[in-house]
Design a protein around this ligand. Structure first.
Ligand SMILES: [Zn+2]
Length: 123
C-alpha cells in the first residue's frame, strides 16, 4: 500500500522524457482535448515536460501585474503547452497527419520521413 510511486506535479520526480521527432516549426494536428482537430505551428518545445506550445492554440488568459510604463500589465493571452501525445505531425508534402519515420541518407545522416507518402519531411 505505501509503496505507490508518486509522479505528480510537485512531487519532485520529473516525468521521463518521451522520444519525439517533433520539432519547433513543425505543423501539427491536435488529436484530443479542447483544440482537437485544429492545426498550428509549434512555437516552443518543452522536452523535459513532453509538451509543446502551438501557435494560436490552447490559449489561456494570464493576468499580469504591471511593471512600469514599458510593461503596463493587464490580461494577456498566451499559448499554454499541449502534451506531445496529443500532437501529430502534419506532413508538408501530402498534408495529412502522419507518424514520423527516420531514413538514413547516403551521407549517413538521419532525416525524418512521412509514414504515408515516404517523402522527407524536412526540405
Ligand atoms: Zn506525407
Amino acid at each position: 500500500m505505501s509503496t505507490a510511486i508518486k509522479n505528480r506535479a510537485g512531487s519532485g520526480i520529473r516525468p521521463s522524457r518521451v522520444a519525439t521527432r517533433l520539432k519547433k516549426g513543425d505543423t501539427v494536428l491536435v488529436t484530443s482535448g479542447r483544440e482537437r482537430g485544429k492545426t498550428g505551428k509549434i512555437l516552443k518545445m518543452v522536452a523535459e515536460k513532453n509538451r509543446a506550445s502551438v501557435e494560436r492554440l490552447n490559449m489561456v488568459k494570464r493576468h499580469r501585474r504591471g511593471q512600469g510604463v514599458q510593461n503596463p500589465g493587464g490580461i494577456v493571452e498566451r499559448e499554454a503547452t499541449i502534451h506531445l501525445s496529443n500532437l501529430k505531425l502534419v506532413c508538408s508534402r501530402c498534408n495529412k497527419p502522419t507518424r514520423i519515420g527516420m531514413r538514413i541518407l547516403e551521407d549517413g545522416s538521419k532525416a525524418r520521413q512521412c509514414h504515408r507518402c515516404n517523402e522527407l519531411v524536412d526540405r
